[in-house]
Write a protein that binds this ligand. Structure first.
Ligand SMILES: Cc1cc2nc3c(=O)[nH]c(=O)nc-3n(C[C@H](O)[C@H](O)[C@H](O)COP(=O)(O)O)c2cc1C
Length: 408
């Protein structure tokens, strides 16, 4: 891997001994579906002292159970959790199953609502932390105001998988999202402490103090820690931490490791593609970040906002004023979503694709031209610094060097 000398040189020496910079920052390996970041990777990552999250979406409870056992065999005590969709069927049962097997947290991905935040107390009693993913500062503030969450994951537009913004023009970079959220939190605290009508100069002085004494304010006012994710690498990590991130998370670079469960064809594709594209997913019509392949070429077409949408849907709608069924329809075999919202979506012929089936087809079966290959903004970055089947330990040492200034 390339070493960034600049970052290395910032490696701080005091009285001759190396001192970690950003020493309180934890690094996360965030979850990837379907069946990419599973037990072996989570165990290997946690054994090296990073936080590991398995991608639970698209897995049955018994598959998750097996992977959790594998992770715990490799690393009995590390910080390991699972990334789950609240809209998936049996969320609470699955959460309890993984908790019994040693999961310490659940990262809530796409499609959760405030009902789950009301349950965090119950989960706290079980020692299972609920960590919501958020892509907007005002949503982060709402989570803070709920008063029940210890950590929030801020996922900027650089992330892979489903992106939490309604359109490309609303994308917020990870750097900006952290900055805006930190300021939103500090301003909220200032108003709470100084009163709504406090003079602007006092508010500004308070915010400056929060910036300089982050830990003190966090403890005193129970402010959740911010975990930043989405396209983080050595070029932006320091800025993201300086903007207010307490911890950082990576995903794509771990998915190409030898301990990752993804098929070699899938890993190779991450090195052959030159850029990512955005497509409309059947999961609530969210925007997904993927590699353009024959599947996308065949069934999707680019609209004027820069998003690939299902051909039959868009074309027919424009021509006839109503949606017409595509000749392509995936059959749902698992009914994995609560309230079958995917099925309702496809019944209206808005989107006749099963995302989990099409993700598994590429990542597990290796048919990379017959489904969706998720990727992130870090696609070109990993091509520069990593290789297919690199070890998780090598990736971790690399991240440690640019985050802490030392691999120790
Ligand atoms: C291949 C892939 C699959 C992903 N799958 C999921 C998922 O199932 N659930 C989820 O919440 N996030 C998912 N993500 C988002 C990641 O968890 C993570 O937050 C983000 O990609 C971090 O950015 P990075 O990949 O640039 O490091 C996925 C990302 C990638 C690259």
């Amino acid at each position: 891997m390339n070493q960034n000398n600049d970052t290395q040189n910032k490696n701080i020496k005091e009285n001759g001994s190396i001192v970690k910079k950003n020493k309180n920052v934890k690094v996360w390996q965030e979850g990837a579906a379907v069946k990419i970041t599973t037990g072996e990777l989570a165990g290997a990552v946690a054994r090296e002292g990073f936080v590991a999250s398995m991608g639970g979406a698209g897995m049955t409870p018994s598959e998750l159970e097996r992977e959790m056992r594998i992770a715990r065999e490799i690393c009995p005590d590390g910080e390991i959790g699972v990334n789950l969709m609240y809209v998936a069927k049996d969320f609470h049962n699955v959460a309890r199953v993984v908790q019994k097997l040693g999961a310490k947290f659940i990262v809530l991905s796409a499609g959760y609502d405030s009902k789950i935040l009301n349950c965090t107390g119950e989960y706290e009693d079980l020692k299972l932390e609920i960590i919501p993913k958020v892509a907007h500062p005002s949503l982060a503030l709402r989570v803070l105001q709920s008063g029940v969450v210890k950590r929030i994951m801020l996922e900027g537009a650089g992330c892979g998988g489903h992106i939490g913004f309604s359109s490309i023009k609303n994308f917020i970079s990870t750097e900006e999202l952290v900055k805006l959220t930190f300021m939103r939190f500090a301003t909220h605290l200032a108003k709470q402490v100084l009163g709504k009508n406090a003079p602007e100069n006092e508010v500004q002085a308070f915010i400056e103090d929060v910036k300089n004494h982050r830990d003190d304010y966090r403890k005193k006012y129970h402010v959740p820690e911010l975990i930043a994710a989405g396209g983080i690498n050595e070029t932006n990590v320091q800025q993201i931490i300086d903007n207010g991130a307490d911890h950082i998370a990576n995903c794509l670079i771990f998915t190409i490791c030898k301990e990752s469960n993804a098929h070699t064809n899938w890993k190779n594709m991450q090195f052959q593609a030159d850029k990512r594209i955005f497509f409309e997913s059947p999961v609530k019509g969210m925007i997904g970040s993927a590699i353009k392949n024959s599947f996308i070429d065949k069934y999707f077409e680019l609209d004027d906002t820069g998003v690939y949408r299902f051909k039959a849907t868009e074309k027919q709608k424009q021509a006839t004023g109503r949606s017409i069924k595509s000749d392509f329809t995936d059959r749902c075999i698992t009914k994995c979503m609560e309230h079958d919202f995917c099925l309702k979506y496809s019944k209206d012929y808005l989107h006749p694709m099963c995302i989990f089936y099409r993700l598994e087809e590429t990542a597990v079966a290796g048919n990379v031209d017959d489904g969706i290959v998720f990727t992130s903004e870090n696609l070109n970055y990993i091509q520069k610094v990593a290789r297919v089947n690199i070890s998780a330990k090598e990736v971790i040492d690399y991240i440690k060097k640019y985050t802490y200034g030392t691999a120790e």
